[in-house]
Design a protein around this ligand. Structure first.
Ligand code: SF4
Length: 237
């Protein structure tokens, strides 16, 4: 598999203490991306599943103690769905669960479906609430994410939705209501809907890679505003 990086103490990529594997390559170009260094597979290094498994097993004690597991993130991990299936199954034999952190914006191939069916849980980004905004700000398809969400909920796969809130783009109550209209039919089938505040920690990567940063003049979303919107979102969903 083409791996961008490993993180052995990840606390925000699923339940408990996680071992995170960031896979290289992503078909989207989200304006707020803080990992532009994962976009191209050229930055990835090839590892066999056995090599990755060995790294993960070294951290099994703390994952178990912290009620965690492994999270495959990126980039877009589902671009390497075929290879992922085998690794997730091997992890299951070691009683380690896998979470897939995805934008759900790849075709629902047999391999992608199988990844979902063998993993333990999914973090699914719902990026923007209209097709026009979704395409303009990510170059992806809202419908693909919704198709993914439908598959996940129909198959009772624990799914937490995540949405990045960007000042001036989707940080109003009206915007939240548009997401709610999409999510309400899935309300009783999703685990949670978490709002994440836009931050500027990834700006340094755009500079280093000499990639245009469309939000370079933006400030981070204030925590208080994020809390207000999260509370509003919970009250109206
Ligand atoms: S899907 Fe994730 S990695 Fe890909 S561009 Fe969007 S935020 Fe960045």
């Amino acid at each position: 598999m083409l791996v961008h990086s490993f993180e052995s103490l990840a606390a925000r990529d699923g339940d408990g203490l996680r071992y995170a594997v960031f896979l290289a390559g992503c078909p989207l170009r989200c304006i707020y991306c803080h990992n532009p260094d994962t976009w191209t597979t050229k930055t990835g290094k090839e590892y066999t599943n056995e090599q990755i498994l060995k790294k993960i097993l070294r951290c099994k004690p703390y994952m178990k103690a912290g009620n965690g597991g492994v999270t495959f993130s990126g980039g877009e991990p589902l671009l390497q769905a075929e290879e992922l299936i085998d690794l997730i199954l091997q992890l299951r034999e070691h009683e380690i669960g896998s979470c897939i952190d995805t934008a759900g914006n790849v075709a629902l191939s047999d391999a992608v479906k199988k990844v979902f069916l063998v993993c333990e849980s999914v973090l699914l980004d719902l990026k923007f609430a209209t097709q026009e905004e979704y395409y303009t700000h990510t170059a992806g398809s809202l419908q693909r994410t919704l198709d993914t969400l439908t598959f996940l909920t129909e198959n009772n796969i624990p799914t937490r939705i995540r949405t990045v809130i960007v000042p001036g783009y989707n940080d109003t109550e009206e915007s939240i209501c548009r997401y709610v209209a999409i999510l309400r039919p899935f309300k009783n089938k999703i685990t949670d809907w978490e709002l994440l505040g836009f931050h500027t920690l990834g700006f340094v990567k755009y500079d280093a890679l000499q990639i245009h940063n469309p939000l370079q003049e933006k400030s981070a979303l204030p925590r208080e505003r994020l809390a207000e919107l999260q509370s509003f979102a919970k009250s109206v969903l």
